[in-house]
Design a protein. Structure first.
Length: 115
């Protein structure tokens, strides 16, 4: 099983980034996929989730209207489009896959929002 995130980096406030998570080794189409983020000393928090059946999305209140999660079933990839970024969005972002009772994590990608 592999979840490989990419797309993080340094961006100015108000800017945009798109994170990608390429999945392999499990049935992607039957997995709920999520993005979490974590800052030093804090617990990992859910940012967005897309469900396996129907592709419904849910978002943390702090990112609603600014972030959009999507998936490409043909590429086994999920994306997180992040717009109007704020300094408080600075964190390590992790991709997560929940496949029945199994829970998989990527290695994380750093997003830093700073002028």
């Amino acid at each position: 099983v592999q979840l490989v995130e990419s797309g993080g980096g340094l961006v100015q406030p108000g800017g945009s980034l798109r994170l990608s998570c390429a999945a392999s080794g499990f049935t992607f189409s039957r997995s709920d996929m999520s993005w979490y983020r974590q800052t030093p000393g804090n617990e990992r928090e859910l940012v967005a989730r897309i469900t396996s059946f129907g592709g419904s999305t849910v978002y943390a209140d702090s990112v609603k209207g600014r972030f959009t999660m999507s998936r490409d079933l043909a590429k086994n990839t999920v994306y997180l489009q992040m717009n109007s970024l704020k300094p408080e969005d600075t964190a390590v972002y992790y991709c997560n896959a929940k496949y029945y009772a199994a829970n998989f994590w990527g290695q994380g990608t750093q997003v830093t929002v700073s002028s």
